[in-house]
Design a binder for this molecule. Structure first.
Ligand code: PLP
Length: 390
């Protein structure tokens, strides 16, 4: 009696749900599981941001519906942030949209730009939610392979051989989940040329914008000449400020796309809680020391885990950014069989690479979202399985 719409049936399986259930089952059975599978930041939101929320929550002006486009003062804070950090000029009233997290924005974007039969270039391996938006828009995915041999960047020359006549949109994401790869300005310039040539809109997902290592700063796509003509950047507070639970993010860039996103938003929800908007403003305008320290924390964890895994004999590469390590599975294993092996034998949870697309087969993703001690403990447990002994 409760039929499912055809669009709902198109939604891909959320493989993380299985992962969460498996972890839960092992914990119920009393095992001390080290969970490096999910990408949920383990550290708290900086106190100054929590205090800004508390103060704003007491102000009854924020208890009402806020304007559906959100507070202009928050958009101004985003514009100031981009100007300060990336030398990018954004008109707060037309080039910034406030979103309840960028996951929502990524799904809405497909609804804004796509019709059934359109195709979309999606990174493979890639963040799974790009697929959900494309599915709900009734459009089709063209996987864009991210290969180690090309530094996990799409190869636009190879893509020229693909039929792009129906392609309306492409997603890119650097620093990259799941591979930990980075992109530079020249790659973004190439992206702009490719998009202009084929009349494709670009969405650069900048979720890990502050998390690049070795003293480097991740560039904004919008700093590339011509980028604003072809697309937008999604920009979230979830990772840089440990605010994943707060649900606040932004789309910035091309006016026409921002307008469409706000139109959808007007029909779906009435912006986000005003007090959260004030706290978000405090995050962007306040002291950035905690955010810088957070990247250092991930860098220290990266060093500890990669060193320990290398010492035990696993041939691994360190990520350039994000809080993920993308590691090749040993011979005779698949992504899933190796993940299952680590869970059974070491009680260490990792995400199987094929959950991020078929080009993710042969890899597992480990999140740096536990203390150095626990990461080293995970490496010791893996060592004890004896698998990597020569
Ligand atoms: N994009 C990427 C690549 C992510 O890894 C995530 C979260 O894990 C998101 C977007 C969504 O972030 P949020 O919805 O919290 O803004």
């Amino acid at each position: 009696i409760h039929p499912s719409s055809d669009l709902l049936k198109r939604l891909p399986k959320q493989f993380f749900n299985d992962l969460v259930q498996t972890v839960h089952r092992f914990q119920q059975e009393g095992y001390d599981v080290i969970n490096l599978g999910q990408g949920n930041p383990d550290l708290p939101t900086p106190t100054a941001i929590v205090d800004a929320l508390k103060q704003a929550a007491d102000d009854t002006r924020h208890h009402k519906y806020s304007p559906f486009q959100g507070y202009i003062e928050l958009k101004q804070a985003v514009s100031d942030y981009y100007s300060r950090e990336y030398d990018v000029t954004l008109d707060p009233s037309t080039e910034v949209a406030i979103l309840p997290g960028t996951k929502t924005g990524l799904v809405e974007l497909s609804q804004c730009l796509l019709n059934p039969g359109d195709t979309v270039l999606v990174p493979d391996p890639g963040y799974p939610d790009y697929l959900s938006g494309v599915a709900l828009a009734g459009a089709e995915v063209i996987p864009m392979p991210l290969l180690a041999t090309n530094q996990f960047l799409p190869n636009y020359q190879d893509l020229e051989k693909t039929d792009l006549s129906q392609t309306k949109l492409m997603f890119i994401n650097y620093p990259n989940n799941p591979t930990g790869a980075k992109a530079d300005e020249s790659f973004f310039s190439e992206t702009v040329s490719f998009a202009k040539k084929h009349h494709i809109s670009v969405c650069h997902d900048f979720a890990y914008h502050t998390i690049q290592f070795d003293g480097e700063k991740a560039p904004s796509f919008l700093a590339t000449p011509g980028a604003k003509e072809v697309g937008i950047e999604m920009f979230t507070l979830s990772k840089a400020y440990n605010m994943a639970g707060w649900r606040v993010g932004f789309a910035v860039g091309n006016k026409s796309i921002i307008k469409k996103l706000e139109l959808i938003q007007d029909h779906l929800y009435v912006s986000i809680f005003g007090a959260v908007q004030m706290a978000a403003k405090a995050a962007l305008t306040g002291d950035q020391t905690t955010t810088i320290a957070l990247t250092k924390t991930y860098e220290t964890r990266r060093h500890a885990l990669i060193t320990a895994l290398t010492e035990l004999g696993w041939d691994v590469q360190a990520p350039a950014g994000t809080f993920f390590c993308w590691l090749k599975v040993p011979e005779n294993f698949t992504s899933e069989s190796f993940s299952a092996y680590l869970l059974e034998e070491a009680k260490v949870v990792v995400a199987p690479g094929n959950g991020f697309g078929s080009y993710g087969e042969g890899y597992v993703r480990l999140a740096l979202l536990d203390s150095v001690d626990r990461l080293i403990e995970a490496a010791h447990r893996i060592e004890k399985t004896g698998l990597f002994k020569a």
